[in-house]
Design a binder for this molecule. Structure first.
Ligand code: PAF
Length: 299
């Protein structure tokens, strides 16, 4: 029996595997492979230094306490649809944006679903079929809560907490998820559209746009039952842009490598929520349209 199985051998998946693997049995899952394989993980961790170790890649989920999903939001369904998921496995969904939990709920019972918000920065240095090399670029934290807002964490959370500090339990995770959503709604499309690093958004010419976005996002969050002060949102977005000034956002990277972006689960999620409530949401609508125009050039 494994402690954790991870779907998504990318920057976040590699970072989690390297930290969890110090104390627990961990494997990657890739439903596209026919036979089990082996992979070497090399991580420059900000808290643990250089970590190198071997990890199994399995085509299906073994018996395990946790299945952690950290793929792109739009890849969740394809990543899990052919897997044999035991009803006893806890699922931890750690993706950008919101809305992809609907895809998980097609396959698992809601009381097994946990949602996480991750603020660690990580970049893939090198990836091949047998090597994954990851740089831990920003020391962050992980917030976890139950999809159904259960008050207390499951007993199995202790093993994750021991390997991945700081990891905090939230009886209501939606506040933390919304805060991360706002950060992504501001930083990701603006850096992708302007092909710039996160720190560029601190320049005076972006301040009116960021302020308007934060005001609009705080109004839509309220319709979803989440209270977020727009001035506080603006200062949080600026703080993240400052702390990750030298990074390129994931959406800037997706556009520059001509990949499908997560816009439908970031600003697109906000737009569909606004539509449900017949609310105006013009700043987010404009960003969704502009990103989709860029995607159209290569899709
Ligand atoms: O998606 C991203 O790139 C990250 O979540 C963030 C926080 C915007 C930093 O680049």
């Amino acid at each position: 029996m494994y402690h954790c199985a991870i779907i998504g051998a990318g920057a976040v998946g590699g970072l989690l595997a390297s930290h969890l693997g110090q104390q627990q049995t961990v494997c990657f899952i890739d439903s596209r492979i026919a036979q089990p394989a082996q992979c070497t993980i090399k991580v420059n961790s900000l808290s643990q230094g250089k970590i190198v170790f071997e990890l199994a890649i399995l085509p299906d989920v073994p018996r395990c306490q946790w299945l952690i999903i950290c793929v792109k939001a739009h890849q969740v369904d394809a990543a899990i649809q052919s897997l044999d998921l035991s009803p006893a496995t806890n699922i931890l969904l750690m993706v950008n944006g919101m809305g992809s939990h609907h895809q998980v709920l097609k396959h698992v019972d809601e009381h097994r679903l946990y949602l996480a918000s991750n603020t660690h920065g990580a970049l893939v240095n090198l990836k091949s079929s047998s090597v994954l090399s990851v740089e831990h670029t920003g020391l962050g934290k992980i917030d976890v809560g139950a999809f159904n807002k259960q008050q207390y964490p499951p007993a199995e959370l202790a093993s994750l907490q021991a390997s991945l500090p700081p990891l905090h339990w939230h009886p209501d995770i939606y506040q933390a998820l919304w805060l991360k959503l706002v950060i992504n709604c501001c930083i990701n499309p603006l850096t992708a559209l302007n092909n710039c690093k996160n720190g560029e958004l601190l320049q005076p010419n972006y301040q009116a746009k960021l302020k308007a976005l934060c005001q609009e996002l705080s109004q839509i969050a309220l319709l979803d039952g989440v209270v977020l002060n727009s001035a506080l949102l603006l200062s949080t977005v600026r703080e993240v842009a400052f702390n990750t000034a030298e990074n390129y956002s994931s959406m800037q990277q997706d556009i520059s490598h001509q990949r499908h972006t997560e816009i439908d689960y970031i600003n697109g999620y906000v737009v569909s929520l606004a539509k449900t409530h017949h609310a105006v949401c013009r700043h987010n609508v404009a960003l969704v349209q502009q990103i989709k125009l860029l995607e159209k050039q290569y899709e």
